[in-house]
Design a protein around this ligand. Structure first.
Ligand SMILES: [Cu+2]
Length: 288
């Protein structure tokens, strides 16, 4: 039995230790929403608080009334039960009000979703390709020409995570990174999301952004703008295998000049990139 408590204690200490370790990475309290730095995040937070207040007030009113009636009409010797057939006016009122609230939330939410995912991203947006793999992030940035090589999900394989045509002129000056994403603050960023193996999910809580990445597809409709700098974590939000817990990359939102210096320091990617970096570069595309 003593052994049981010892193991439990060790386990708990280990768990808490890990929690503290992670808390250092997170800038703000782990008990509430992380700070938001993206344009759409403000509206998402707004609707979150509206729903929280609506449901919170409703819960207090409903449970308060229920407890009041439970106490008021508790069993007492000699007091008979009262038979009620309900009140039609009350029924109509408490059905109509929620109907309008739900309709308003649905219309507002739908309109917000359409703006986030269905509007064409600004033409001058920075294009970044992000391809998930077990267990890390491949990123591809446009070089000085500002153009990213065209991605073709059917061409994705182990040595060609971005599914590009090695002869694509737009890709000659692209550069790649692994688990290291840097973006300039205030600039629109358009993502081209895909996966090499299983379903992963691009997730940055501080951007209020999360989008699944599906093998065989390239999703290019996700875009956002940031309004503050900071160091964040790019986490995978799909249980994608045994190493899922360690699938995270560094994500820095930095001033434009700092981004440009960082990008200039990166060498163009080889025609076809193999990752992680330990594997030889410039390998030919092999048909599998
Ligand atoms: Cu993953």
């Amino acid at each position: 039995m003593q052994r049981f408590w010892k193991i439990l204690g060790l386990g708990l200490c280990g768990g808490l230790g890990t929690t503290t370790g992670w808390a250092e990475i997170r800038e703000t309290s782990v008990w509430w929403l992380p700070r938001n730095v993206s344009n759409f995040g403000h509206e998402i937070d707004f609707i979150f608080y509206v729903i929280l207040w609506l449901t919170g007030i409703t819960a207090v009113l409903v449970f308060g009334t229920m407890i009041y009636f439970i106490v008021k009409y508790r069993h007492r010797a000699g007091v008979g039960a009262i038979h009620s057939h309900g009140n039609n006016t009350l029924e109509v009122v408490w059905t109509t009000i929620p109907v309008f609230i739900f309709l308003a939330l649905a219309i507002y939410g739908n309109e917000m979703w359409a703006r986030m995912r269905m509007e064409t991203p600004p033409a001058d947006a920075l294009q970044v390709a992000v391809v998930g793999e077990q267990f890390g992030w491949n990123l591809r940035y446009p070089g000085p020409d500002g153009k990213l090589a065209k991605m073709d999900a059917t061409k994705v394989n182990k040595d060609n995570p971005f599914g590009i045509d090695p002869n694509d002129p737009d890709g000659k000056d692209d550069f790649t990174t692994y688990n290291d994403m840097v973006i300039p603050v205030g600039k629109a960023v358009r993502l081209h999301l895909s996966s090499k193996d299983v379903i992963h999910s691009f997730y940055v809580p501080e951007f209020r952004l999360y989008q699944d990445m599906v093998p065989g597809r390239v999703y290019d409709f996700v875009w956002f703008k940031t309004d503050a700098t900071g160091q964040f974590q790019l986490a995978c939000n799909q249980l994608c295998g045994q190493g899922h817990y360690k699938m995270f990359g560094k994500l820095g939102v930095v001033p434009t000049e700092e981004y440009e210096t960082w990008a200039k320091g990166k060498a163009p990617a080889p025609a076809v990139t193999a990752t992680p970096s330990s594997t030889p570069q410039n390998v030919a595309v092999v048909n599998r």
